[in-house]
Design a protein around this ligand. Sequence first.
Ligand code: CA
Ligand code: CA
Ligand code: CA
Ligand code: CA
Length: 496
Amino acid sequence: MKIARGQLTAILIAVMALYVGAEASQVIDNFEYADDDALQAVWQVRDDTSANTAINLTTDPCYVHDGSKALNYQYMCGDPPYWTEIFRIFDANQDWSAYNRFSMWVKGGPQRYIEDRWYQNGLEDIYLVLYTTKPGFTLPITHDELSLLGKVWFWRGTDEPNWTLWQADISWGFLDLSNVRAIGFGMQPNMYDFEGYWSSCYFDGFEVTHSDVDPSIINNFEQYADTNALRADVNTGTAPGAVPVTISLEVNDANVHSGSKAIMMDYNNTFVENGGWSRIVLPLPNAPQDWYDHPITDVRPYPITGQQYQTLSVWFKVGLANGYLEADLKDLNGYIKFTADYDGNNVVPAGGWTRWDITLPHEPNQDDPNATNTLASVELLMKGGAYGHGIVYFDDIFVERCTSILSQTATAGQPFTMDPWAGDINYQNRGDCKVNFTDYAALAAQWLNPCSDAGGNKWCKQTDLNEDYKVDYSDLAIMAHNWLYCGLYHEADCGF
Ligand SMILES: [Ca+2]
Ligand SMILES: [Ca+2]
Ligand SMILES: [Ca+2]
Ligand SMILES: [Ca+2]
């Protein structure tokens, strides 16, 4: 009997361990409220004086991601204060310290025909904020009783036509996640808005999760148990009649850029008459993805907002040189949307690990009849050269962009400041998306100088952060608020 009880205990422990292991995510809100009143009793509009925000539930299956309901967030950022936010205060402190991602599913509302033309929704930035209870309060009820936690994350996706997953990395920049009392999210204009016209955006499936993968990573090969698992996910291709390309999971440290795994591509482009190329196909997570920064136009097809990734980066190492490297972006239908060559038609020499930063297009090809929001894979090709046998390793393929560095002068109950770059003086063709000693040195070089609002001395080379015609402690204070902030998407690029 004792033995049986012991076995039962062992089984229970095993089951509990499984349960804990499966608890890598926690649903925060999936908007399955009974009705709009129930929703609005939980989610409050932060600025209730501007009448620029309205929320209700939708049951339209096109606009529901999970369950039977989703949030319809209607907003108008075209007039002061130019931002809108809703927030939810939890009944008790939430301990999210085991999680590092906040996930939201987002889908833009339908385009509307107003007067004589089609209007898209506004191109706002969605932002996410976490709050804790302000000191001195125990049961916060209003926004004034909340205190902002660390960082504000921005994401551009208010007009995505497909359900799109936004995963904000809450492990970096946010302060103590053990006492989260409220979450807020809202909209700020990105570059354009339709003054006086409302936009709508749908939200569903809010979760906190734990993931070991940086959301900027397309593939770092750490997730594959072995070569078979790699081959089940990564496809290959060659010119007709060519020797097939072979891929395998590489675990030799010398051939791994980061982590403990990389991919080895062993190819033989012997068949010159067939073009002599070999490729590997890396699927994009949560495809289709939209990477473009779409232009403003009222010509069909109507523009939509993309993720504005600035670069696609590929780490590679050539073991046996015999070809040149090309990267392609392909859509769901297999059409090439973008292509880039590394160093032209030159054989990439054997050598150490090299980072290739590929500048991405800001606009889709207007002649392209296919939708531009359906990217499905990154493909890496070895071609040409001496048309012979080669070996190349790839690791850490990721996208990068600079997201806003919001001024931390934002306080609960007050509107956010509208200078998202405060302190990153070398931003905009000069900037690096970080606030560090480079910026401090630039400010120090202009210390106490008088500034003008035009000409060569405009705002003292951007160091007059509050634009009051002088560089002094006020500007230093703004920089100090953002000290060591990094707005880069790829965490490894945030080393100071
Ligand atoms: Ca739902
Ligand atoms: Ca790796
Ligand atoms: Ca900087
Ligand atoms: Ca100033």
